[in-house]
Design a protein around this ligand. Sequence first.
Ligand SMILES: NC(=O)c1ccc[n+]([C@@H]2O[C@H](COP(=O)([O-])OP(=O)(O)OC[C@H]3O[C@@H](n4cnc5c(N)ncnc54)[C@H](O)[C@@H]3O)[C@@H](O)[C@H]2O)c1
Length: 458
Amino acid sequence: MDRKEFLKSIGCMAALTTLPAIPSLAKIVSSPEGDEEKLTSDDSDVDAKLDKPVTVIIIGAGSRGKIYASYAEKFPGSMKVVGVADINEFRRDFMADKYAIPQENRMGDWSEVFRRPRFADAVVIATPDRLHYEPYLEAIKAGYHILLEKPMAPTEKECKDIVRKAMASPSVVAVCHVLRYSPYFKAMRDVIMSGKIGNVVSMQHLEPIGAVRFAHSYARGKYGNSQTSSPIILAKSCHDLDLLYWMTGKRTKEVAAFGDLSFFRRENLPEGAGERCLECAVEKKCAYSAKRLYYDLRQRTGVFDLTGNRAERGEQILEYLRTTNYGKCAFRLDNDQCDHYTMILKFQDDTTASFSMEGMTSYNQGRITRIMGTQGDIVGDMVNFTVTDYLTGNTLKYESGIRDEHAGGDMRIVRDFVSAVSKGDKSLVSSLIQDSLESHMMGFNAEKSRKTGKLIKM
Ligand SMILES: NC(=O)c1ccc[n+]([C@@H]2O[C@H](COP(=O)([O-])OP(=O)(O)OC[C@H]3O[C@@H](n4cnc5c(N)ncnc54)[C@H](O)[C@@H]3O)[C@@H](O)[C@H]2O)c1
């Protein structure tokens, strides 16, 4: 559909003829020929190329644990998985078999790892949000290097304790702020730090979750209840708060937040809706049908432990839909996470920022970032960004070519972590735990503001 047809279809034909020209915009987008630079990301750097692989134990062999472990599959010379702990037998065995982990190093509860003398260089703590702190305390005591999933812990007190202990230890302790390692965000930060856009005066950042994905993870799924996981501003958005801090190096002075769970509540139950989607009279008309998502489309089934051929997997999915929250009506759960969340922030030098986490979107990735400086600005969508100079109108385009959820950060954090461990050089990691405290404090204070209706001075 061309623009004319599009405007016609939405009843805006008049707008087509009356839209005023915007000379300044035209100037900015039409960069003078020859003045447009192009940068592209180089993916040849993901292997740490170490002399000897760093040995790791994966604690929590779920979705994140599997991602980090896969670095060893890709780059066996740089990392080796020598142990696994997971209370889920299926996941434990799957990982143990895949990485040929000896029988004695296949463990259940995380605590089993620390009942033995240290038997690896590092641990990856990828257990659920409320199970980070205790394994962390044991790991640091035993002298392991630690790659710790975010949020580091769901309370301020635990976070501060984690940081204190890391600062007093020779261990490399990195938090999985994977976006810091993506070529895209690194390049954006480089532009800011180079002074190319002058001083940053303001930022806008949007994190879209996607409505169907929201129902999957934050209504039905493991992050649906903030009391058993952590508030969504930490569980989902602490990456984004971290980016606002890390890209500018500016600490937050004041914060206000607004947000609510508007939609996935019992009062919005569709008329005629059943307890579960498999027995629901209106399932076919519901965008949040679990049957459609998991069984018909076979999407987001990574949360299930499936085996066998397609038909066998189908039967297993149906059983999950009959017996777990994943098959329940999305309006009948004990979820409490906000499905929209907006923060306004003032930094120490009076720079401002607005951040929106949006559950109700058709798209489920591609953070939109706008950085406004005194000499130029940056506009990006997590794959490409454009830097525009106000004086010349010249543009600099960055194209990462990477379209995965974390813009290439997942493997690169492991690369930097194993390099830091191998070389005994903490500076090789760009998300050391002490840096991460700021984003967690931004999240905790946002929650205070949201719940009290007050502006919080940090
Ligand atoms: N960095 C990121 O971008 C990112 C993305 C998603 C999730 N996360 C975080 O990563 C962590 C893990 O998330 P996930 O999606 O992999 O969850 P998951 O549920 O897929 O995996 C967690 C695993 O921990 C295991 N486990 C639970 N209790 C245990 C115990 N007592 N001992 C040993 N193992 C135990 C579970 O059986 C499960 O396999 C969470 O804190 C989450 O918030 C981070």
